[in-house]
Design a protein around this ligand. Structure first.
Ligand code: SF4
Ligand code: SF4
Length: 265
């Protein structure tokens, strides 16, 4: 009787758009666990780790970075067509990233100032998240993402279940680790109440306020957050800057920053 052929391993691909590579590095940072991942999947495309490329279709595509050029706006559609499941990783891919600060100004002015020959620059007026262009199966937040959460997401997709990455705020993580609230106890401005958990509340554990690198949690109350920051001495420009960082173009933060920008004028 012929020996049955082993099942082929699921193909995992990692793709980069406008980004700093920090989220891809989170996967390489997994070190010990990476060997286990490599044992369970065929790493078919991961330029940060290897030049070898295996043709698609891919079972799971992890996408880092935002869409900022006409070429990338086409490329993401090809990747989507070639992927069974597509997960975006990090603030760039899920919210447009720090580069979405351009969305609040005229990008042509920036190009004219920065480049000696602006006619060679092909760019879009806005930096947008991947979900503005194609269907996304799951968004993993953070700048960079948490590598344990990334492993959970990969494991969940390989076993056909929902990833366990709770959408609650950083405050819940402070409570869980027993960190005293920096805002209540010390009057330190902190965006933890409106920020998606996942980092383990690193900054408050070092007596620093959270600046929301994980972006908005589900249904954040930015109005209440702003009034607390004002009580602690923040001005309208401070509030605009607080909401305009890595996740500036995530809708709740975009709306909050625009509201305070208008009040300032
Ligand atoms: S989300 Fe942050 S760490 Fe990840 S690629 Fe973008 S800038 Fe880099
Ligand atoms: S800024 Fe906020 S979300 Fe980012 S690591 Fe610090 S506590 Fe976590």
């Amino acid at each position: 009787m012929p020996t049955p052929k082993p099942h082929p391993k699921p193909k995992l691909a990692v793709w980069k758009f406008a980004s700093c590579d920090g989220c891809q590095l989170s996967l390489l940072d997994c070190e010990d666990e990476l060997l286990t991942v490599a044992g369970e999947v065929q790493i078919a495309n991961f330029p940060e780790a290897s030049r070898a490329i295996v043709k698609g279709p891919y079972d799971l595509s992890l996408v880092e970075g935002s869409i900022t050029t006409p070429h990338d706006a086409e490329r993401i559609h090809q990747i989507r067509r070639n992927s069974k499941a597509l997960v975006t990783i990090g603030a760039c891919a899920t919210a447009g990233g720090i580069q979405s600060l351009r969305n609040f100004r005229d990008v042509k002015e920036f190009i004219a100032i920065v480049y000696a020959s602006p006619q060679y620059i092909s760019t879009l007026g806005k930096s947008t998240p991947i979900s503005d262009h194609v269907h996304v199966d799951f968004e993993l937040r953070g700048c960079p993402i948490n590598n344990h959460q990334l492993l959970e997401v990969i494991a969940a997709f390989l076993s056909g279940r929902k990833p366990n990455t709770p959408p609650h705020s950083v405050c819940m993580e402070c409570k869980r680790r027993g960190t005293v609230c920096v805002m209540v106890a010390h009057g330190t401005p902190c965006l933890g109440p409106v920020t998606h958990g996942g980092c383990g509340a690193i900054c408050p554990s070092y007596n620093r306020g959270c600046y929301s690198c994980f972006g908005p949690k589900e249904t954040p109350n930015t109005t209440s957050m702003s009034s607390w920051l004002v009580r602690l001495g923040s001005s309208e420009p401070d509030l605009v800057r607080a909401f305009r960082s890595y996740n500036a173009y995530a809708e709740p933060f975009r709306k909050a920053s625009e509201a305070h920008e208008h009040k300032d004028h």
